[in-house]
Structures are given as C-alpha cells and as structure tokens.
Design a protein around this ligand. Structure first.
Ligand code: NAI
Length: 242
C-alpha cells in the first residue's frame, strides 16, 4: 500500500495511461479522483474499482476545475497528488499546420496543466505539501516530424516543471515530469506501420511500452519513496532517441 491514505487527482483518466494509473493508485490505497472530459469513461471506472471516483472535468475549463477541486477538498480535507496526464495530438507538417490545431494542443496540453496546477497548489500549501506529476513526452525533448504543436506543449511542460520545483519546494511540494516514449494506447494505435517500425528501430528495448509501465513511474513519484526528488524529467521510453 504505497499510497495509503493519499488523495490523488488524475486528469485524462478515462482511458490509456491515465486509466491504468487510476487503477494502480487505487490498488495502492489512494482515494483516486479520476477526471476526464469524457464523463462516461470515468464514471464506469468508478463503478468498476473500489477507491476511484469519476469526475467530468475539462482541463481547459477553469470554472469547472475550481468546482471539482473545491468539492474534492471539502470532502477529503486534502489533496496530496496531482497527475497532469491529459493530452491530445493534432499532427501536421509545420508548413501545413492549421492555427486552430496549434491553439487546441497548446490549450489542452500546456494551459490545461497551468490551470489544474494553479487551482490545486493552494490546497497543497494548506496541507503542508504534495507531489505534482506532469506528463511530457520524448517528443518534447527531441522533437518529431509533424508535431510542432505537441512538441512545443510537451517542452513547455518541462520548463514549467522546473520553475514550479523551484517556487514550490519551500512548501514541501515536489514537481516532476515523466517523458514516455511510444506507449500502446488509443493515442498511438492509429500510427502508420512505417512510423511504428522507425520508432522500434530506434528503441533499444525493441518494443512499444505498456501503459502500466508509465503508471509505475507515476506511482513512484506520487509516493513518499521519491521524497527527495523534484524538478526531474524521468524518461519511460525503452531507451528511445528519436
Ligand atoms: P489517450 O488519448 O489514450 O488518453 C488521453 C485522455 O485524455 C483521454 O481519456 C481523453 O478523453 C483525455 N482528455 C483529452 N482532452 C482532455 C481535456 N481537455 N480535459 C480532460 N481530459 C482530456 O492518451 P495516452 O496515450 O494515454 O496519453 C496520456 C498522456 O501521455 C498524454 O499527455 C500524452 O500526450 C502522453 N504521452 C503518451 C504517449 C504514448 O505513446 N501514448 C507518449 C508520450 C506521452
């Protein structure tokens, strides 16, 4: 029970990595607030696994975030962990990328994390500490063809992680980023075989990752086992260098 008694908010918990993390955190004793813009995906999860509660939450909607976070705090009296896992892609080559696709990816992946964290942090300060985990990507480190908007958002997350680690450390709040490589989730299932083969070629472990392999790193960073770790970017990528 590595998260016994902790209250954890996970965004984008309706499927993929976030869903796997919600299940793992609940198994490890946390009260999990599983948030997703797709309400039916998280509601079902709440009925399926003890310790998980599903909430409809859009990370781009500041008013909705304030309501949900306040409700969680009033019910449980604290928030220990925030996993900013929600993210989207809208890929296109740079010269063809539509302005609306740039805006949407930045709004969800970057501003969504700003929104969530700014609302949650005052409650963590009141509670005397916490752990914030931001889901970046190898693409935010190395770049990737067709992902100008996504790479900008995920690199931006690394910058924010380092700033917040410096600003919030004095309150006992740790802030780290996780940078997954290519993980088998609905986000990657439509990738052309050619692209997958290129990625596998550049991955020393010669396979894609499983969502649980990212969830275990979230678990470590959320737990007290990582109590002296902050401002770090942890790769979960099978050794991939794009
Ligand atoms: P996914 O597409 O399977 O799941 C993302 C979840 O986020 C969905 O349930 C979706 O409804 C939710 N979501 C989307 N917009 C939202 C919003 N505005 N508010 C709240 N929730 C919203 O994606 P996956 O693969 O599980 O990815 C999770 C995180 O990991 C993302 O941040 C992604 O960028 C990152 N990542 C994924 C990699 C992969 O290979 N799958 C690689 C590197 C990073």
């Amino acid at each position: 029970m590595r998260l016994e008694g902790k209250v954890a908010i996970i965004t984008g918990a309706g499927r993929g990595i976030g869903k796997e993390a919600a299940r793992l955190f609940a198994k490890e004793g946390a009260r999990v607030i599983a948030c997703d813009v797709m309400e039916e995906w998280v509601k079902g999860l709440g009925e399926e696994v003890k310790g998980i509660e599903g909430y409809k939450l859009d990370v781009t909607d500041r008013g909705m975030i304030e309501e949900v976070v306040k409700d969680v705090y009033e019910r449980y009296g604290k928030i220990d962990v925030l996993v900013n896992n929600a993210g989207i892609t809208r890929d296109a080559l740079f010269v063809k990328m539509k302005e609306e696709d740039w805006d949407r990816v930045i709004e969800v992946n970057l501003k969504g994390v700003f929104n969530m964290t700014q609302v949650v942090v005052p409650y963590m300060v009141k509670g005397g500490g916490g752990s914030i985990i931001n889901t970046s990507s190898v693409v935010g480190i190395y770049g990737n063809i067709g992902q100008t908007n996504y790479a900008a958002s995920k690199a931006g997350l690394i910058g924010m992680t380092k700033v917040w680690a410096k600003e919030l450390g004095r309150y006992g709040i740790r802030v780290n980023a996780v940078a997954p490589g290519f993980i088998k989730t609905p986000m990657t299932e439509k990738l052309p075989e050619k692209v997958v083969n290129i990625v596998l070629d550049r991955t020393p472990l010669r396979r894609m990752g499983e969502p649980i392999e990212v969830a275990y790193v979230y678990l470590f960073l959320a737990s007290d086992e990582s109590s002296f770790i902050t401002g770090q970017v942890i790769g979960v990528d099978g050794g991939l260098v794009i």
